[in-house]
Design a protein around this ligand. Structure first.
Ligand code: DAH
Length: 344
């Protein structure tokens, strides 16, 4: 076969091979068999060295023309492939322009902190407690002084405080409600006071500058630690929906005497010890105690006649325990993907 015939044969082969393809990838690969760097046409041109000048001219021209023809064949095949693809899509895909769109979910949802707060309010009101509210901007007197934190009391340092320029402060705990309750209510009484509190904290996975507490206070005749334990165990069993074991350890808070840290037996391992309870079998949950006589007196009651108990519940911690959330910052992030999980 002469070189001219070979080139013509290559062209014929290209026409028959390329025109039956129906994918662009295949087309690109196959094209290279003919006109690519290692393609058949290029290989032939490499053997032209031994030809005369005249022969080279004719062959070169023919090779160029063939290359161009193959290129335009590829281009028109590409258009055919695309047309085929669109036609096929149009035939097979049905698009109903009149179909109503899916109902967007515009329902808001209560924040998990609010949900747990409502649950706690329901539990306590069923036990005869009423709900009290107090201001977030408080006086030093209500937040500290009346709660037996004297001016230079070192316990003030345990609550890093934001002060306002007019000599007030952002309440560091809901215990600030205690004196308001003592002053405004006639004993005996039982109250809880849920609310937002503030501390000048370095923010990390377990600390926020803003968090939520529920304060509880019961004042009456002969109120004892047994009353306190019973109330706390009822609350916790309701919240966790199972019988919860508790223990009391001594804890120091200026406004209660004696003061306690109430621990619950770890709900994850049942007390055997696991990473959640740091292998102790117990989780520190709830500080509490019997109301200090000085607090009763600051509220205008005679501490010989009246006794009481008080407790402080951290709502953020409860929500985190209930849902296994490891970083408190999620709670205040406003992140909708996080919040949607709590849609009821
Ligand atoms: N107010 C305390 C705090 O935020 C918690 C607390 C401790 C509240 C003991 C109480 C109590 O009512 O009796 O650290």
């Amino acid at each position: 076969m002469s070189l001219v015939e070979e080139i013509e044969a290559i062209y014929k082969e290209a026409v028959s091979e390329l025109s039956k393809l129906n994918s662009e990838d295949e087309l690109d690969n196959k094209k290279n068999l003919f006109v690519g760097k290692k393609g058949k046409l290029t290989q032939i041109l490499k053997t032209m060295g031994s030809l005369t000048v005249e022969e080279r001219k004719t062959l070169g021209k023919l090779a160029n023309e063939t290359q161009e023809k193959i290129d335009s064949l590829v281009a028109s095949q590409r258009i055919k492939i695309k047309d085929f693809f669109y036609e096929n899509t149009l035939k097979n895909e049905f698009f109903d322009v009149l179909r109503p769109i899916a109902e967007p979910n515009l329902n808001g949802t209560l924040h998990p902190l609010t949900q747990i707060q409502h649950e706690i309010e329901a539990i306590f009101t069923s036990m005869g407690f009423s709900i009290m509210d107090g201001p977030e901007v408080e006086t030093d007197y209500n937040n500290f002084e009346a709660l037996n934190f004297k001016a230079d009391h070192p316990a003030r340092d345990t609550q890093d405080t934001f002060y306002t320029t007019d000599g007030k402060l952002l309440r560091t705990h809901t215990s600030a409600i205690q004196v308001r309750a003592l002053r405004n209510l006639k004993p005996p009484f039982r109250i809880i006071a849920p609310g937002r509190v503030f501390r000048y904290e370095e923010v990390d996975a377990s600390h926020e500058t803003t968090f939520y507490q529920v304060e509880g206070m019961v004042v009456g005749k002969d109120i004892s630690i047994a009353n306190l334990i019973y109330t706390m165990e009822t609350l916790l069993s309701e919240i966790f929906q199972k019988k919860v074991k508790t223990r009391l350890r001594p804890g120091y808070f200026p406004f209660v005497e004696p003061g306690f840290e109430l621990d619950i037996q770890c709900l994850v391992c049942g007390g055997k010890g696991c990473s959640v309870c740091k292998h102790s079998g117990w989780l520190e949950l709830l500080p509490c105690g019997l109301v200090h006589p000085n607090v009763l007196e600051a509220g205008g009651l005679d501490s010989k006649d009246w006794t009481g108990f008080a407790f402080g519940l951290g709502l953020d911690r409860l929500v985190m325990m209930r849902y296994g959330i490891h970083d408190i910052r999620y709670l205040h992030s406003g992140n909708l993907r996080f919040l949607k999980q709590f849609q009821s």
